[in-house]
Design a protein around this ligand. Structure first.
Ligand SMILES: Cc1ncc(COP(=O)(O)O)c(C=O)c1O
Length: 377
């Protein structure tokens, strides 16, 4: 089991004067009212084990949020499990649904952690392409043809990492049709649901007709509330799977941190305008960074519709994204993630996180432009 490549890449460049645009970790501090709730929980003795599914009060608040924001209902007593981030929700869900040798379709390019999680649960990942020529969206007929007899589930991620593509309602409906026809689960990773631009609307698969028995909705507090270190996420789905997730959690983790759960409850009950403020800031950084890159470097980068990554095409300079990322560090002092880490479809590209300060983004774009100028001389 290799170390997460993004983590390894981020950790190895912590020192020195490198501008790090590697990790998908918001640079905002967790909002004050959330931190205060955690302090209060510690002082008032909310420091014990909780139910393996997480505190009921938190599950109830998640159910209210799912109904209000995502348009579907989940019973907080039996259809929601609180986990250690979306990572916990995804890995426990995969452990719950997979038998040895089962296959899971994963997006290419996609978050690199999906594959090792599937291996750890005894399964085999099969990639479905999201091509640059299709604006990094999948072709449903191709997804269907890749879903053979051994296939058990499809992972869907919209808004997507690393391309920031947002799947339309029609596209998601086609995924539901495939899942129902082939008796598959849809694992809908919605961690970037709130980080969305250009008046695009996030659609939750579970809100669509015929989706409820086949869909596991995965989400977390990490990106929405700048809470990556608190490690709270959740899965909402059919009782049978959520029950198995609870049993696995009690065996593997006992429960997620009680203090982080108290903080997450405060996040859901508090003013949601802080989320809008952070997203407005990401939108400004997106405009600046991608605008600068396009203008001063002449490189091509799609306009991400969601998440906070710029997937920049360097293929005219080097076909190898690993080589390109290495050169960016040594020649421009900018650390970013090689596209190949996310799959074959992102080879030739490098992913930059723009969840960083405006100043750093400005310096990074300039350093890249200077480096390219030198290459041409
Ligand atoms: C698509 C995607 N899903 C899940 C996660 C993990 O989220 P969490 O911090 O909630 O485990 C990430 C983190 O980068 C991600 O990009």
């Amino acid at each position: 089991m290799p170390m997460s490549v993004i983590r390894a890449f981020s950790d190895s460049h912590l020192s020195g004067d490198v501008i790090r645009l590697t990790a998908g970790d918001p640079d905002f501090n967790t909002p004050e009212y959330i931190v205060e709730a955690a302090k209060k929980a510690m002082v008032s003795g909310e420091t014990h084990y909780t139910s393996a599914l997480g505190k009921l009060e938190l599950r109830e608040a998640i159910a209210t949020k799912l109904k209000r924001d995502n348009g579907f209902e989940a019973d907080p007593k039996s259809e929601i499990a609180v986990t250690n981030g979306a990572t916990g929700a995804l890995s426990l869900s995969l452990l719950a649904i997979l038998n040895e040798g089962d296959q899971v379709l994963v997006p290419d390019p996609g978050w690199p952690n999906y594959e090792p999680m599937i291996f750890a649960a005894g399964g085999t990942p099969i990639r479905y392409p999201l091509r640059k020529s299709d604006e990094f969206l999948p072709r449903p007929e191709e997804v269907e043809s890749l879903a053979g007899d051994k296939c058990k589930a499809i992972i869907v991620n919209s808004p997507s990492n690393p391309a920031g593509s947002v799947f339309s309602r029609e596209l998601l409906e086609q995924f539901i049709e495939i899942a129902r026809k082939k008796r598959l689960f849809l694992l809908s990773d919605e961690v970037y649901e709130k980080i969305i631009y250009d008046n695009m609307r996030h659609v939750s698969i579970a809100s669509l007709e015929g989706a409820d028995e086949v869909t596991l909705t995965i989400n977390s507090f990490s990106k929405t509330y700048a809470m990556t270190g608190w490690r709270i996420g959740y899965v909402a789905g059919p009782k049978s799977v959520v029950g198995a997730v609870g049993a696995l959690q009690s065996a593997i983790n006992t429960c997620p941190s009680s203090i982080s759960q108290a903080a997450s409850l405060a996040a859901l009950l508090g003013p949601q305008s802080i989320v809008d403020d952070m997203v407005a800031d990401y939108a400004r950084r997106r405009a600046k960074f991608i605008g600068d890159l396009r203008e001063i470097t002449g490189l091509w980068a799609p306009w991400p519709r969601g998440a906070f990554y710029a997937l920049v095409d360097f293929s005219s300079i080097s076909p190898s994204s690993s080589e390109m990322a290495r050169r960016l560090i040594t020649e421009a002092r900018v650390a970013a993630v090689p596209g190949a880490v996310f799959g074959e479809q992102a080879e030739g590209h490098v992913r930059f996180s723009f969840a960083s300060s405006m100043r750093e983004l400005e310096l990074a774009a300039k350093a890249i432009a200077d480096m390219l100028k030198k290459c041409k001389q």
